[in-house]
Design a binder for this molecule. Sequence first.
Ligand code: NAD
Length: 258
Amino acid sequence: MQEDLTGRTAVVTGGASGIGAAIARRWVAAGGNVLIGDIDERSGAALTDELGPAARFVRFDVTSEADHAAACDLALDRYGALDAFFANAGAVGATGSIEGTRRDEWDATVALLLTGAFLSIKHAVRVMRPRGRGAIVCTGSVASVRGGLGPHAYTAAKHGLLGLVESAAVEIGRHGLRVNCVAPGGTVSALAARLAGAPDDLDAAYARLAAASSSGVPTTADDVAAAALFLAGPGAARINGTRLVVDGGDDVPSAKGL
Ligand code: NAD
């Protein structure tokens, strides 16, 4: 059951599309206010039109520390507090072989998926710590816990993200804050469609992921959003520094101790 989020504020990076947009929709549906941060201004504007006055779009590149500082300060100025930060922005990044990947492609992938999450945690903690309350949820991946499921740079960065979450949780737990990782398997979104070579065809992504799943049902962005909101909420009050795999049981048997 979803808690009432009236008066609660969240920042969602990568909030204009896919999993981030599903998080924003759920947050607003439960009564909360959301700052949607993304580099995609057109999709961000369309989503804020859909969600109404409880949602606001901020152009926000997660590789920029200044953008993080501005978004967290805006949450404080406009709403008085920041209750949850969803560090969700991502893209596939470098897809070449080890030998075929240029240094700048590697660096850009790590900057987006790992350094971006570090900056998100850093600035969320900065504004949450004085209140001694707040939750951070990073979107990892099944590629955070197992190699060979995605491109090497993506996998390395998502593994690093989990290590960051586990370490940061120990440090910030003593201030009353929590940070966890939601770890989706293949999820119907623009990213998954792009990986399948048909960037605008979400139906094809849905069919491909359904066929690949033992249940015949694919993981949707809303399935992942539900898990992310659980990790941010009171039901997860004693959950800190861990990952919640959302894959219908398909991708990571080792993560469940099987
Ligand atoms: P998506 O492409 O639908 O959404 C990603 C969003 O991130 C887009 O709106 C994009 O504009 C934004 N973004 C990209 N670079 C950015 C930047 N530098 N600053 C701010 N925003 C930026 O994809 P999605 O599937 O919703 O992906 C969300 C997260 O889920 C990512 O971290 C991804 O790695 C993770 N994930 C996705 C899947 C999947 O199969 N879709 C599986 C595991 C993990």
